[in-house]
Design a binder for this molecule. Sequence first.
Ligand code: PMP
Length: 369
Amino acid sequence: SAPGARFTVSDLPLREALRGQTAYGAPQLDVPVALNTNENPHPPSAALVADVAESVREAAAVLHRYPDRDAVALRTDLARYLSDRVGVPLTVDNLWAANGSNEILQQLLQAYGGPGRTAIGFVPSYSMHPIISGGTDTAWVNVMRAPDFSLDVDAAVAEITARRPDVVFLTSPNNPTGQSVSPEDVRAIVSAATGIVIVDEAYAEFSDRESAIALIDEFGDRLVVSRTMSKAFAFAGGRLGYLVAAPALVASLLLVRLPYHLSVVTQAAARAALRHADDTLAGVAAIVTERVRVVDALAGLGYDVVDSDANFVLFGRFADAPASWQRFLDGGVLIRDVGIAGFLRVTIGTADENDAFLRVAAELAPTDR
Ligand code: PMP
């Protein structure tokens, strides 16, 4: 066995707060149809692959040097993309980028959370928010969403007013439930907050809702919008997340980021992928069309389907969701048990993948539902 294998975690002088915790872990299984991590099912176009390869080839010639620490060219490209997309004139000073939006969130918690500070989130929501808070020793407070999983904005404002958390997480569209938060509700929450409000818009491109980015000029002292190239941009493997905020807030993150955190290769590949945004986002429209088809089909089969503005759907009700999850897996379809009693989440795939999923959904006996 491996040298040192006789030691266990309980032998280590680990931080007390991490003892007994389990790591984030969506199963990565080798199955015919993987609809469990909200990826874009369409692989990059041949033109995009060629552009990434050529850009990385050029970048390889300077691999003996550190990358641009501030990723100015990439942030400029992201500002241009977002300005066009959301109609807000952003500059490089409004953008920050990191290795996935998880690293963006971690940097925000390093700067605005920490010992003695509190973060709040409206659950069920993205399970990494409390984990990243724990990793930075930020206390975590759960507030329940409404029974239909929508955000109960009055309850949210009341909790924020009473507790004055240092960090508020709002996820829109919300993972794993799918609904968006309206701009009026974001405004009410930001108005009530004294700490920072992170609007996690990882799935924004799948929704028609106005982005919270429109509120940054007004609430620049506390509003941050986090986004990612992992979902709509079909760049999950490239690891590129970013945020939009007022210039001072962006500048504050330089205090916690590791120098040269975004490699030469990452920056070059992300810029190449961004050059193909129009093409990639055309595929997003197809995913939304498929989402409508899957929702209708599930409802037709008698399932309870939660409204979704994203590239996944939460559906139930199952007498035993883990057992039904296994039935899908036995049918060759990996979906996600997100730990909500009676419900499972499916990512929208290609038409063929969705057909495979719907075939198993139809086979499950009514008593399973
Ligand atoms: N936010 C939400 C709501 C997500 O669902 C995810 C990915 N599952 C992320 C952030 C992180 O994605 P990434 O680090 O790939 O950008």
